[in-house]
Each structure stands twice: as structure tokens, then as C-alpha cells.
Design a protein around this ligand. Structure first.
Ligand code: DGY
Length: 326
């Protein structure tokens, strides 16, 4: 007798191999939209389903979860960040939530490193000069940036991605400093040659580059606010590949405009793709459209993780990437 397949709703178009595998394994409601569905479409797609696979940009809040249907037992997020899901409300209704850690780590760290290199060395301005046909040839004083070797990088959030950035930065001769809720084991600090700062403010005052790699939670919202930005050296650069909400984007824009900070390289923004227009106008910024994890290999591995989480759950076991709120 055919075993009844678990019903899965996916809110966004995923890479083809992931969708094909899902179709083989599950009774799946796929979305053909690359962008977030509106609330009515979300309700329609989740109706009757046992599992919802949302992703970044979907607002899976308390109200949605309450109305999502009595069959919903698992929210298997396609992505590592889960600030768009009210995990506590889901858990209170007996719904398990999972994510896709690890598989985005190296790709995200690569782009963070590229941003660390790009902004002090004025890569964007150099490319623009060429593209605008404004390059008149080499000159001793043209496009002088700042040396990266020997500088101090402060990593805010020393989890998997923070550590992957530290490994890369160390190879470039950069000194590693970090602030984290928990200090790393001494052995790991030795391997990374990383200096721990219990006080974020004290670290901020001493570093040349700040890389933000902490999740967005109520306690990290605007953690880098106007007061903390002012603590930083005027010559410092900020790199953000985590979540835009962690920096007060308006305060950052003001300080970049008034040259109270040297520059910023950002892959994420406080209001998604609505970027402060004043920020976009500046030469001392390098902006990317949230693409730090965008590799085909990574996206397929994210899908594989989602599938393993669903399969393990439907076989009656705890999924490997269950999110536990403490
Ligand atoms: C995630 O999975 O949360 C990432 O931000 C996507 O790049």
C-alpha cells in the first residue's frame, strides 16, 4: 500500500534540483515566485499542509502561525537567519522550527572578505573611473586607498561565519579582535590569534575594520547605534553581511556623509531593498544586493538541509537543525 506523503508548502521558487527532489519525496505545493508572496497567497499555499518552507522576506509572525492551519507541525526555513519567524509562538502551538546552518558559512565569509578588501582600496571608484572613460593612466597620487595588512579587524559575533572570516583575514596579515556573547575556547583563540573584548565599546574604539556577523534579535537591533558609531575611529570601515537592522542605517549614513567614518561595505540593509538614497550616493560606500551566500552550490545544499529536516521530522525524530530558543 502506498504510504501517504507528507504535505509541504514552499513559499519561493528554489533551485531546480531541490524542487525535483522535493516532488519525489513529498506532496509539495511549490511557488513559482522568486519574490515574497502576499499574505493571502501565503495562506493559500500553506492551507492543509503539514510543513511550511518559508525563506527570508516572508513574515511568519504570531498571527500568521495561528491562522496557518491545524495540520502545520513544522516550519523548515530555507536559510540560516530566522528573524522573520516568530519561533516562540510556533513552539507554543507545538510547531517545530528548523533552519539551514553551516552550508552558507564559507560563501558568506568569502564575500565579507571581498568587502573588507574592496572598500579601503577604493575598488568601486577604480572600476567606475574606467567604466566612465575617466582614467588618464597611472599616477602616483591616483586612487590612493589604505593598507589592509597589519590592520585590526573587530568581528562582532564570533559564530561559524565570524570564525570563517577570521581565518581568511589572518591569512591577509590582519589582526583579529572579537566581541561575542561567549568567549571562544582558548585553543580556538590561539589558532585564530584572536583577542577577545568583553566590552564592545572598548573594541570599537580600537579597530580599523568592523565586520558584523551576529544574528538579528531584539537585543542586537541597532546594536551599532549613533553613540557606538561615534566611538569608532574616523578612519574605520564597517562591513555588514549579517542583517541591516543591527546598524542604525540613518546614523551611519550621516556619519559617512560627514566623514566621521571612512567608509562602509554593506550586503544587507535596515529595510530590505529600500536603501537610504543618501547612502547610495556616497563614494565611500560599497553596496551589494544581499548576495553574500549566493552560490548555486550553497543554495542546493540549503535545499538538501531543508529536505533532511523534513524527512527526519516526518520519520518521528528530532530534525538536526531544530532551533532551540533559550
Ligand atoms: C540567510 O540564509 O539567512 C542568509 O541571510 C541568506 O543570505
Amino acid at each position: 500500500m502506498n504510504q501517504k506523503k507528507i504535505k509541504v508548502a514552499v513559499t519561493r521558487q528554489l533551485p531546480e534540483p531541490v524542487e525535483t527532489r522535493m516532488k519525489e519525496l513529498f506532496d509539495v505545493n511549490l511557488s513559482n515566485s522568486p519574490y515574497p508572496l502576499n499574505i493571502d497567497e501565503l495562506y493559500e499555499i500553506v492551507y492543509d499542509c503539514d510543513v511550511l518552507v518559508p525563506t527570508l522576506g516572508d513574515k511568519i509572525d504570531k498571527n500568521f502561525i495561528k491562522e496557518a492551519g491545524k495540520n502545520l507541525k513544522l516550519i523548515a526555513n530555507y536559510g540560516v537567519g530566522y528573524d522573520h519567524i516568530d519561533v516562540l509562538s510556533a513552539n507554543n502551538l507545538g510547531i517545530t522550527v528548523t533552519n539551514t546552518p553551516n552550508v552558507l558559512t564559507e560563501d558568506t565569509a568569502d564575500i565579507a572578505m571581498a568587502l573588507i578588501l574592496s572598500i579601503p582600496r577604493r575598488i568601486k571608484e577604480g572600476v567606475k573611473k574606467l567604466e566612465d572613460n575617466e582614467w588618464d593612466g597611472w599616477a602616483p597620487n591616483a586612487l590612493l586607498g589604505h593598507r589592509i595588512y597589519g590592520k585590526r579587524l573587530g568581528i562582532l559575533g564570533m559564530g561559524r561565519i565570524g570564525q570563517a572570516i577570521a581565518r581568511r583575514a589572518k591569512a591577509f596579515g590582519i589582526q583579529i579582535h572579537y566581541h561575542n556573547r561567549n568567549r571562544l575556547p582558548v585553543k580556538l583563540e590561539e589558532i585564530l590569534e584572536a583577542t577577545y573584548w568583553e566590552s564592545l565599546d572598548q573594541m570599537l574604539a580600537r579597530i580599523d575594520f568592523l565586520s558584523i556577523n551576529t544574528p538579528h534579535t531584539p537585543s542586537t537591533f541597532h546594536l551599532i547605534n549613533a553613540r557606538r558609531l561615534k566611538i569608532m575611529k574616523k578612519t574605520a570601515y564597517i562591513i555588514n553581511t549579517a542583517r541591516g537592522e543591527i546598524i542604525d542605517e540613518n546614523a551611519l549614513t550621516r556619519m559617512l556623509r560627514s566623514k566621521e567614518l571612512a567608509g562602509a561595505a554593506l550586503d544587507v540593509f535596515e529595510k530590505g531593498n529600500e536603501i537610504n538614497p543618501r547612502l547610495k550616493e556616497l563614494d565611500n560606500v560599497f553596496l551589494l544586493p544581499h548576495m553574500s551566500s549566493a552560490t548555486i552550490e550553497g543554495r542546493i545544499e540549503m535545499g538538501e538541509k531543508v529536505i533532511i529536516n523534513i524527512k527526519t521530522f516526518s520519520d518521528g525524530h528530532t530534525p538536526p537543525d531544530i532551533i532551540l530558543i533559550n
